[in-house]
Design a protein around this ligand. Structure first.
Ligand code: SF4
Ligand code: SF4
Length: 349
C-alpha cells in the first residue's frame, strides 16, 4: 500500500502518489474508468482534475460513483468572479457526481493581477459561503510562477498549493516548499515527470518525494504506467544526497532546452502564442490531439506573425532559444499529424 502524508493544515491524509487527471482526456471512458478504479484499488486516494480538462471530470465521476468515501477529489477553475466561480463549481460538482469538492483550486494564477482578481473580497466571500454550505472543503491555488506563488502562500487564504517540481525544474525546493512547511500549507507536486520529458518513475518519484511535499500527481493514461509508478515507490527509500546531485546535473542539462511554462516571455506583441508553441510535444502527449486541433492550428498560424525581434528570448530567465524551439515543436507536430499542415493551408486560402 502507498504511504500517506498530511496535506498541510487540512489534516487530511493523502497517498504520496496521487492521480493526475489530464491524460484520461485522450482515452475512452471505459478505459478511464478502469484506470481510476485500479488506482483506487492500489491505494491512491487523491484524485486531481480541472474544469478545463474536457471530459476528465465526467470520467472520474463515473469511476468514483460507488467509492466516494475512499478518495479526496480536487478540481480547478479559471473563473475570476463569483458568477463564473458558481457556474464552474456547479458544473464540476455535477460532472463528478459529488456533493462536495474536497480541494477546489483557483487554476493558473500566474500574475500578480491574476492573484489580485482571484482573491478579491467578492470572490473570497463567495468561496467562504461555498465552504459554509459544504460545497467546497478546502481552497487551493495553482501557479507556474515562483514569485506569484510565494505571494499567494503569504496571504494564508489557501489550504494547499500546486506547483511544478521535478529534477529539471527545482525552484520549488528553494522557497515555496519551505514556506508551505512553515505555514502548514499542503504542497501538491505538479509535473513530477516534467510533462513527459522524464520517464523513469524510480528516479522522478523518489526524487520529489524525498522533500517535505504532500503528494505528487503524475498524469497517467495506462494501467502499466500506474503499476510502474507504484512499484517504484514500493522499493522503499527515496533518493540519496548523491543521487540528488547526479539527477540535478542531468536535469540542468535537459533544462537548457526545456520550457517551464512560466510565461515570462509573453505576451508577444505580434501575437505569437509562445508558451503554447514551446510546449506542443508535452501538451499533445498528455492530452492527445482530439479536441485540441483548433487550438493547435491557431498556435501554428500565430507563428507566421513572428518578426524575429528576439524580445521573448531576452525575457526568458532560462535563456532558451525560443525561435528555434518553437519551429522544432511545430515540425514535430506536423510530422506526427501531417493532416494539420493541409488543414492550415486550407484555412490560409
Ligand atoms: S521573436 Fe519577437 S515576434 Fe517572434 S515570438 Fe519572440 S517576441 Fe514574438
Ligand atoms: S520560453 Fe522561457 S520564459 Fe517562456 S514560458 Fe518557456 S521557460 Fe518561461
Amino acid at each position: 500500500m502507498l504511504r500517506k502524508r498530511r496535506l498541510g493544515r487540512t489534516g487530511i491524509l493523502v497517498s504520496e502518489l496521487g492521480f493526475g487527471g489530464i491524460p484520461i482526456q485522450r482515452i475512452s471512458e471505459n478505459r478511464a474508468v478502469k484506470l481510476v478504479t485500479r488506482s483506487i484499488d492500489m491505494g491512491i486516494n487523491f484524485i486531481d482534475t480541472a474544469r478545463n480538462y474536457t471530459d476528465s471530470e465526467k470520467k472520474i465521476g463515473k469511476a468514483i460513483k460507488n467509492r466516494r468515501d475512499e478518495v479526496h477529489i480536487c478540481t480547478k477553475t479559471h473563473a475570476h468572479d463569483p458568477k463564473g466561480l458558481r457556474s464552474d463549481l456547479e458544473t464540476s460538482i455535477s460532472n463528478l457526481g459529488v456533493s462536495t469538492i474536497d480541494l477546489y483550486y483557483l487554476h493558473g494564477v500566474n500574475t500578480y493581477d491574476d492573484l489580485k482578481r482571484a482573491i478579491s473580497p467578492e470572490n473570497l466571500d463567495f468561496l467562504k459561503s461555498m465552504k459554509d454550505e459544504d460545497r467546497i472543503r478546502f481552497l487551493g491555488v495553482s501557479s507556474h510562477r515562483e514569485e506569484v506563488m510565494l505571494k499567494a502562500i503569504e496571504t494564508e487564504f489557501f489550504d494547499a498549493v500546486m506547483f511544478p517540481f521535478n529534477y529539471i525544474v527545482t525552484d520549488a525546493k528553494r522557497k515555496i516548499i519551505p514556506l508551505c512547511q512553515k505555514k502548514n500549507i499542503g504542497f501538491v507536486c505538479m509535473k513530477p515527470f516534467a510533462g513527459g520529458t522524464l520517464d523513469n518513475p524510480r528516479d522522478t518519484l523518489r526524487y520529489v518525494l524525498r522533500y517535505p511535499i504532500s503528494t505528487a500527481i503524475p498524469g497517467i493514461a495506462l494501467i502499466r504506467e500506474l503499476e510502474q509508478n507504484i512499484s517504484a515507490l514500493k522499493q522503499g527509500e527515496y533518493v540519496t544526497d548523491k543521487e540528488v546531485e547526479k539527477l540535478e546535473a542531468i536535469g540542468e542539462d535537459i533544462g537548457r532546452r526545456f520550457c517551464r511554462g512560466c510565461g515570462y516571455c509573453s505576451p508577444c506583441l505580434q501575437g505569437v502564442e509562445i508558451t503554447r508553441l514551446m510546449r506542443i510535444q508535452s501538451f499533445i502527449r498528455r492530452t492527445g490531439l482530439k479536441r485540441r486541433e483548433d487550438r493547435m492550428l491557431r498556435a501554428i498560424k500565430s507563428l507566421e506573425g513572428c518578426i524575429e525581434c528576439k524580445e521573448c528570448e531576452e525575457k526568458c530567465p532560462y535563456n532558451l532559444p525560443i525561435g528555434e524551439m518553437m519551429n522544432e515543436q511545430v515540425e514535430w507536430l506536423i510530422g506526427e499529424f501531417p493532416h494539420l499542415e493541409t488543414l492550415e493551408q486550407i484555412q490560409r486560402t
